[in-house]
Design a protein around this ligand. Structure first.
Ligand code: ADP
Ligand code: MG
Length: 227
């Protein structure tokens, strides 16, 4: 379970010119490793996650997910890889309003072709792992912000992803709830062996990461001193 970015460059159209969002980025995240990504707003952190998630195709370079060079896949192949090998947690919990917590997870399993009694069992296990065993039947509006974010984390894990990509998961939470979510992510990364890339703006999170990389103007620079 690894994530490997090799010499990745990504540009966006910018009027007549192009804006370089990622500039020859190289990064390897091993199984069970939690790598924190920091950097100023607009530096390219979300773009880094988007290429790692195969949601955006880079102009140049290679994105290798769990040993698969994603450049060799067509659209359908990338969608399948995302469903089966990649877990994504966005900044805002994007849950479906009409579904209960356990159903949010089941839908993702169904989309990956999983059926049967095992799916519910597994979904309930994951909700238990994120401390929500007693909230499985609640809909999003019946949950707190922190609980909703924990549902999205459990949902991202439902298909046992090799790679877990998390974008500022605690920005909508108070400090204490944010710390609990971070503890949870660090623990899940180690117990499940995922290669986890975590964008964060909170210096308190860096202590839980194995490594920190800094993005500045689309370039990956040296780790933050002391990490
Ligand atoms: P961060 O997550 O660090 O704030 P982003 O990766 O979102 O940074 O953005 C990096 C740069 O790319 C910024 O200059 C941003 O304005 C630009 N950008 C991001 N997404 C797009 C897009 N879809 N189209 C055009 N420019 C974009
Ligand atoms: Mg961002």
């Amino acid at each position: 379970m690894t994530l490997f970015l090799d010499d990745v460059t990504l540009t966006y159209p910018d009027g007549e010119a192009r804006l370089t969002a990622l500039d020859a980025v190289g990064l390897r995240v091993g199984g069970g490793e939690l790598v924190a990504v920091v950097g100023p707003s607009g530096s390219g952190k979300s773009s880094l996650l988007a290429v790692a998630a195969t949601l955006v195709t880079p102009d140049a370079g290679r994105v290798v997910v769990d040993g698969v060079d994603t450049g060799t896949l067509d659209r359908t192949g990338r969608a399948a890889l995302r469903r089966e090998r990649v877990g994504i947690v966005f900044q805002q919990p994007n849950l479906l309003p009409s579904l209960t917590a356990v159903e949010q997870l089941e839908v993702m399993a169904h989309l990956a072709g999983r059926r049967g009694r095992d799916v519910r069992r597994r979904a309930l296990e994951l909700l238990d792992a994120v401390g929500l065993a007693d909230r499985a039947g609640r809909r999003p509006h019946q949950l707190s912000g922190g609980q909703r974010q924990r549902v999205t984390i459990a949902r991202a894990l439902v298909n046992d992803p090799a790679v877990l990509l998390v974008d500022e998961p605690t920005s909508a939470l108070d400090h204490e709830r944010g710390a609990a979510v971070l503890d949870l992510l660090a623990g899940l990364t180690r117990s499940r062996g995922t290669a986890t890339l975590l964008v964060t703006h909170d210096p308190a999170h860096l202590a839980l990461a194995d490594r920190t990389v800094t993005v500045r103007d689309g370039r990956l620079t040296a780790a933050v001193p002391g990490h």
